[in-house]
Design a protein around this ligand. Sequence first.
Ligand SMILES: NC(=O)c1ccc[n+]([C@@H]2O[C@H](COP(=O)([O-])OP(=O)(O)OC[C@H]3O[C@@H](n4cnc5c(N)ncnc54)[C@H](OP(=O)(O)O)[C@@H]3O)[C@@H](O)[C@H]2O)c1
Length: 248
Amino acid sequence: MKNVMITGASSGIGKELARIYALSGANVALTARRTDVLRGIVEEFRDAGAKGNVVFDTLDVSDFERNFIVLPKLIRELGGLDTIVLNAGISTSSSFGGRSFEADKKVVETNLIGAMAGVEAVLPFFQKQKSGQIVAISSVASFRGLPGSGSYSSSKAGLSTYMEALRSEVKKFGVKVTVIHPGFIDTPINNRMKSRPFVIPVELGARKIHKRIENEVLSATVPWFPWAILGYLMKRIPEFLWSKINPK
Ligand SMILES: NC(=O)c1ccc[n+]([C@@H]2O[C@H](COP(=O)([O-])OP(=O)(O)OC[C@H]3O[C@@H](n4cnc5c(N)ncnc54)[C@H](OP(=O)(O)O)[C@@H]3O)[C@@H](O)[C@H]2O)c1
């Protein structure tokens, strides 16, 4: 039976992905900051027929040292680990000039450094086991610096780049690395935004992400269309056009 751990599993993509794994019989470990919400989700999954072991613990991924305590403890409770999904993330509306520095710092600490701590906390286990899969939930926002999203875009670009370097280094241990770049998926992180082009329901998004993870893809946009094409263009459009499309 597969053992899966998901950070940021109290809401949105993480919760729906956890549901898919739990209802397919996997053993699942959930982490997030809101303990009561996680407790309720475990009960919800059990009521819905989860057959495997579903465990949880409170973890703020930006409390870096806690990753090294909580994640190994959950691996022991699950009885092993095959896949970790580094999904915990936040977004903020950035504005340059110092007015959003503290919020911007928190975005990078959560989305990038929190995920790095997660990698370091589980990698010794995977290296010893000579197998394992590390999945990072990045974003199409990583493809180019988006006006108003400087910290979010750069945290996700950093995450994607970090995962590329990781992939090359851990291949020799039999460890796989998958990077998912979601477009807009309907979750609390974005449901107050005025514009969410090509948004898809979270259940559909989680199913597509699950499929990509199980296929052990190196990286993928979700959904593939239109984001694979838009992503290609986002990286290549000349600056004068980019600033016309994205005035701020
Ligand atoms: N939805 C989209 O359109 C979209 C697009 C691209 C990428 N993404 C990425 O997908 C991931 C999941 O986001 P979502 O859309 O599912 O949003 P969400 O519903 O707001 O979920 C975010 C999750 O992250 C957890 N989290 C936030 N800060 C945390 C911290 N410091 N430590 C631990 N957990 C933390 C939250 O739980 P607690 O509050 O309980 O800690 C929650 O479970 C994020 O990395 C996001 O950037 C989403």
